[in-house]
Design a protein around this ligand. Structure first.
Ligand SMILES: NC(=O)c1ccc[n+]([C@@H]2O[C@H](COP(=O)([O-])OP(=O)(O)OC[C@H]3O[C@@H](n4cnc5c(N)ncnc54)[C@H](OP(=O)(O)O)[C@@H]3O)[C@@H](O)[C@H]2O)c1
Length: 249
């Protein structure tokens, strides 16, 4: 009798509207195209139009997508709830949504601090905590109960000027992931921290062409993340640091 085919894995991608998150969603869809068992994606970001455009493209490629347009600072659990309501489980959370306000230390306002910490720290904690709980409660797939990937930054391991609130939030994300990994090893939930250097995305706004030429692309970051999802359950890549070939900007 032929073996029963396993259903497509369900992957929630935050920050899927632009930049690294969108590149991850596109790379996942490209990998699944024509392959069995494919993939189911829940795409989350603030801007509904970005998500609808991406969904239309990926639907056309035969990838089943749901979308959740919301501000994680206001509704940190909404993407997870949408994922579970639509697909009934979550095999991987790829958390790319993040913000930064870059200005000198003495110019950062209480509002800059609050804005950065609400998305990068508080929403990240709440979303990861509930995603972990959902994974812990579900049956394993290919030897894992789930996988969590978070895009932090090289600003989680080294200081940069004009980045006091950003570094604060990224070091905090790194600390959370280090603690979660202690639990994940016991529970079969793989935790990957991705620390990119400069990749040219909408986060950077307008940049001089000579600087852009030195930077990585969102796709450069997305590809190893997608590859890491497919790693055997015997192994865990814990941190990926990716820098521009010719060094930081
Ligand atoms: N690009 C780099 O050089 C670089 C380097 C190191 C680390 N990172 C990190 O990588 C992650 C992704 O950055 P990126 O360069 O891809 O940024 P991006 O191009 O600005 O895209 C960010 C995505 O996240 C979404 N997002 C941001 N805040 C959100 C919130 N509060 N609620 C819901 N969605 C939110 C955005 O949605 P909307 O557009 O709809 O607001 C957008 O889809 C961030 O955590 C960033 O810190 C980036």
């Amino acid at each position: 009798m032929p073996e029963k085919e396993s259903p497509p894995p369900v992957i929630l991608v935050t920050g899927a509207g632009k930049g690294i998150g969108r590149a991850v969603a596109e790379a996942l869809a490209a990998k699944a195209r024509g392959a069995s068992p494919g993939v189911k994606l829940l795409l989350a970001a603030r801007t509904a139009a970005d998500l609808e455009a991406l969904k239309a493209r990926l639907d056309g490629d035969g990838v089943e997508c749901g979308i959740a347009a919301c501000d994680l600072a206001e509704q940190p659990l909404r993407p997870l709830e949408a994922c579970l309501a639509r697909f009934g489980r979550i095999d991987a959370l790829v958390h790319c949504a993040g913000v930064g306000r870059f200005k000198d230390f003495l110019e950062q306002t209480p509002e800059d601090l609050e804005f950065t910490l609400r998305t990068n720290v508080t929403a990240t904690f709440l979303l990861l905590q509930k995603a972990y709980a959902a994974m812990q409660a579900q049956s394993p797939r290919d030897g894992l109960r789930g996988q969590i990937q978070v895009v932090t930054s090289i600003a989680a391991e080294q200081p940069f000027p004009q980045s006091s609130t950003y570094c604060l939030s990224k070091y905090a994300q790194r600390g959370l992931l280090d603690v979660m990994r202690l639990y994940g090893r016991q529970d079969g939930i793989r935790i990957l921290e991705v620390r990119p250097g400069a990749a040219y995305t909408p986060m950077w706004g307008e940049m001089p062409p000579d600087q852009v030429a030195r930077m990585m692309t969102a796709e450069d970051i997305a590809q190893p993340m997608v590859d890491a999802l497919a790693l055997s359950a015997r192994a865990s890549i814990e941190v990926i640091t990716i820098r521009p070939m010719h060094g930081d900007l």
